[in-house]
Structures are given as C-alpha cells and as structure tokens.
Design a protein. Sequence first.
Length: 189
Amino acid sequence: MTVVARTGQSDDVAEILVTAEQIAAKVRELGARIATDYQSKDLVLVSILKGALPFLADLMRATPIPLSLDFLEVSSYGAGTESTGAVRILKDLANPIEGRHVLVVEDILDTGHTLSYVFDHLRAQRPESVRLCVLLDKPARRVIPIEIDYRGFEIADKFVVGYGLDYAEHYRNLPFVGVLKPEVYARRS
Ligand code: IMP
Ligand code: MG
C-alpha cells in the first residue's frame, strides 16, 4: 500500500480570525433574535450553496420556530480569490416564495455583487419580505451597498476560509474562520 504524505488543512492556516466557540455563541444570539422577529410568520430560510451550509445548519437549530428551507446556488470565484462581478444562477429555488417571508442566509458579504443579484432575483418573485443574515461582513470591499439585518462578525479585508468558506473548494470543513499562509496560494499559481 502506498501512503501519500499530505499536510493537514490546519497546517495551512496562518491565523484564526473567529474561533468555533465565538461562532457558536454568535449563532445562538442570531437564532434567538430571528425566532423573536419571525414568530408566527411564514418564514423560509434561503441559503446560498455551498458556503453558507454550515452556518445554515447551525443557525436553523438555534431558531426554535416553524420555518422552511430552500437553496440557491450561484457561480462564484472559481479557483481564485477575486470576484469578477458576473453572477449566474446554477441552482434555483425548489418552491414558490410569493407572499412568504424570506431570510437569506449567507456566509460572507464582500463586494455585494452576489447578494445584489440574488436580492433582485428573489424580489421578482414577490415575497412578503426579504431580509439578510450574514455571518461575516467585509465592509472595506463593498462595491454595491447592501443592508444587513443580522450580522455575525465584521472582519478585515483578508481572504478567509473555514466554516463553509473555501479556497479552490477546500478548507470548507474547518470549524473556525481563518486566513491561509501565503505559501498555500503560491502552490497553486
Ligand atoms: P461578493 O459577490 O463579492 O459579495 O462575494 C460573495 C461570495 O464570494 C461569497 O458568497 C463567497 O462565496 C465568496 N467570497 C467572498 N469573500 C471570500 C473570502 O474571503 N473567502 C472565501 N470566499 C469568499
Ligand atoms: Mg457564498
């Protein structure tokens, strides 16, 4: 049997920006607020694949009211770290949202291109309301202004991975949000 030596993903992390414990505490706080705000409303959490998956999974269990789930998948950065501004829907909602209260659950708000596109797409389907919950906000990078109703953490202008966020599709399964060592990017270019 050939054993291929591979470095652990954690070895590639230069710095942890948000710990798993900080995320868990924030998710509990956001879930409690959402449960209060949407009590006895027809709430659908619309999550954007794939990055928002861990956040959605934790947030919905911290939100103790009846709710449904739906998913959108949009094109993102591919293997790079820079947004092109061009957004495409890869997977659309499964169920109608007309007349319902939509809460978009997203991992990170960066330039705002993705969410601005997603909001237009959702509003065209005449929901009763559309609001936004993001775990991470990078305000320094904003190109299109977007109002955030529920914000987890404001972070500096750094490319981050973990808790759903990827670099070239890897590191999504790290339980914290961190920054990679520069040599990780050099390996790919
Ligand atoms: P925006 O369209 O520039 O706001 O970027 C939004 C999307 O880009 C997010 O949903 C992420 O998929 C991705 N993204 C933005 N910043 C980062 C980052 O620091 N790490 C990983 N993905 C990111
Ligand atoms: Mg995303």
